[in-house]
Design a binder for this molecule. Structure first.
Ligand SMILES: [Zn+2]
Length: 377
């Protein structure tokens, strides 16, 4: 995937390449989700291409896209392309190096170069541990870059979140940057460059990457993810310049759509006083995990509140998606000053019970029964 927007940064890097002025270490610095990894990969692809093409239209040099080098970079399997990223101490080994997580790392990167530390932690399957770049890593890097490059060209080491290097690693890294090996480029992608030790930072050439304009995020969401224009615009707005945040919002949106369906289903059955179906509904919810049940109840509270507000016809105070609004046009009139507090309280109560491990079958069926009464008030 090519970087979204950021044309001036990409052009700047292409110019360094064309002028043969590539430094030993480049620091791409910018906020989460602005595309530093996408830019780094794009540049690595160019350096590893065996037959780069000069594009007449914008005067920039591009990777050809079909040589052996391009093919290997595309699958992130180029022997001269190395990655360093935060990991955790494995229980099965005394060493902690990125290569031990290379499979998970490639899988994530091949899906999208837009991700954050939380997503990477999910990939590694860890929680409540602080990933970092350990001292073992610097020895692994040293070994890789002191070899002659496999394909006779550049060796590239992309370091993701160098601010998470521990002190021992940073000190060894510094030595490497002081006497950089031949034809090696260190590409550092940092969200918080001020946290990298000054001595390392001063040996890199810094390029600042800014947030992505909202319109570019919206366009990418339509093209890459097939979102409708209104959905793309809404999510791009929430994303506030971060494509990573936009991607996260899509998965939230998908979950919320399911929550909305479940909420609508229950309201219909309550309105029809269909006890049998209401029971089936609570059975279905009981099969979900506890965190998801909790998230549903939270969502339902928000939806009830929004439907109450909807009655005042003040769109600037309403935060509804298109689907939610379509539902509210019919449903909002059932939520009024007589029942809004009661329904919200019942949802909060159900949420508390779920957290306290009360049998979810009872909690949800009980709530459904109460809704029959509350809805006609
Ligand atoms: Zn090529």
């Amino acid at each position: 995937m090519l970087p979204i927007a950021q044309t001036s940064v990409v052009a700047h890097l292409r110019k360094l390449y064309a002028d043969n002025r590539i430094p030993h270490a480049l620091l791409l610095a910018g906020p989460e989700g602005c595309g530093k990894m996408a830019i780094a990969l794009d540049f690595a692809r160019l350096l590893l291409c065996e037959t780069p093409q000069h594009d007449g239209t914008d005067g920039q040099t591009q990777p050809c896209g079909h040589c052996h080098g391009c093919a290997m970079s595309r699958t992130l399997a180029h022997p001269d392309l190395h990655f360093v990223f935060p990991t955790i101490k494995s229980t099965s080994s005394t060493r902690s190096v990125s290569d031990m997580w290379l499979k998970e790392w490639r899988e994530m990167l091949l899906e999208t170069p837009y991700f954050d530390l939380a997503m990477w932690e999910e990939r590694m399957g860890i929680a409540n541990q602080q990933p970092q770049i350990f001292a073992d890593e610097s020895e692994a890097i040293l070994r890789k870059v002191s070899l002659v490059s496999a394909q006779g060209g550049y060796k590239i080491v992309i370091i993701w979140l160098p601010e998470l290097m521990n002190e021992a690693c940073a000190n060894k890294m510094l030595k490497l940057l002081e006497e950089p090996p031949q034809q090696t480029l260190f590409l550092l992608c940092s969200n918080q460059p001020e946290r990298i030790i000054t001595t390392i930072r001063s040996r890199t050439q810094r390029i600042d990457v800014k947030v992505i304009p909202e319109a570019d995020i919206a366009a990418a969401l339509e093209q890459e993810r097939g979102l409708s224009a209104p959905d793309a615009a809404r999510i791009a707005h929430i994303a506030a310049g971060s494509y990573t945040r936009a991607l996260r919002q899509i998965s939230v949106s998908n979950e919320e759509r399911e929550f909305l369906d479940m909420f609508i289903l229950l309201m219909r059955k309550c309105y029809l006083r269909d006890i049998k179906e209401m029971h089936a509904w609570s059975e279905q919810l009981s099969s979900w995990g506890r965190e998801r049940q909790k998230a549903f109840l939270e969502y339902a509270q928000r939806l009830v509140r929004e439907n109450f507000v909807y009655n005042f016809r003040l769109p600037q105070l309403n935060y509804l998606t298109q689907e939610e609004e379509a539902f509210s046009t019919n449903f909002a009139r059932f939520i009024n000053e007589r029942n809004v507090i009661g329904i919200s309280e019942e949802l909060a109560l159900a949420q508390r019970d779920i957290m306290q491990n009360v049998n979810p079958r009872m909690v949800f069926f009980d709530f459904a029964l109460k809704m029959i009464v509350l809805l006609i008030q």
